[in-house]
Design a protein around this ligand. Structure first.
Ligand SMILES: [Zn+2]
Ligand SMILES: [Zn+2]
Length: 200
């Protein structure tokens, strides 16, 4: 028995996403907490916009509950992020956290038999594979337009310098003098508007 649990611990150590449910048992109502730090091997997210970087860790704080149809997983997953502000492009760091509520159906449960494999997660060999659930949830929770600050003013469109670094009152000539003459000429040209609606 102790040898078996040792080998399970080893296999869990090899794949930290796998949770063995044998300890939980199948009596509906029994529960177990799982706290785990899972190393991130490959960055998740959108490169150059926002990622959960490789080398960081995802922190799982979960409750597993045996229910009639399977194992209900609730709790949170959290991870650090590295991003570039989409207005001023400054690099920054942050954190993403998601709430999870997901059923892993037992083999031969009604849920298992009445759903497609990609609809509901499954308990396979008494184990839960949390990787797809947690990775997808975290990536979906990443902001598509990360900002260093809600009020970030971004970059001056004239010179590309951050507004935060520019003097108050900074500005550019709105029209390059070389173009000004052309603009004047265009403004003098009468618009070619149809006299009436006859040429529809
Ligand atoms: Zn910014
Ligand atoms: Zn400028």
């Amino acid at each position: 028995m102790s040898e078996e649990s040792l080998s399970l611990a080893r296999s869990d150590a090899r794949n930290p996403w796998l949770i063995d449910t044998r300890e939980l048992g199948r009596r509906a109502g029994s529960s177990r907490t799982v706290r785990r730090e899972v190393p991130v091997d490959v960055a998740l997210g959108v490169p150059d916009v926002i990622t959960i970087p490789a080398g960081s860790t995802i922190t799982l704080d979960l409750l597993l509950e045996a229910v009639v149809e399977g194992v209900l997983v609730t709790g949170t997953a959290a991870a650090p992020t590295e991003e570039h502000c989409s207005r001023c492009l400054d690099p920054g760091t942050g954190e993403v956290e998601v709430e999870l509520t997901e059923l892993f159906a037992y083999p031969e449960s009604t849920t298992e038999e009445t759903t497609d494999e990609d609809e509901v997660f499954r308990v396979v060999d008494d184990k839960l594979d949390l990787a797809p659930l947690v990775r997808d949830a975290l990536v979906l929770a990443l902001p598509l337009v990360p900002l260093c600050d809600e009020d970030c003013a971004g970059l001056c469109s004239g010179c590309g310098v951050k507004w935060a670094d520019l003097d108050p009152g900074h500005g550019h000539e709105t029209i390059d003098p070389r173009w000004a003459a052309l603009v004047e000429r265009l403004e003098d040209t009468p618009g070619e508007q149809p006299a009436d609606g006859s040429d529809r």
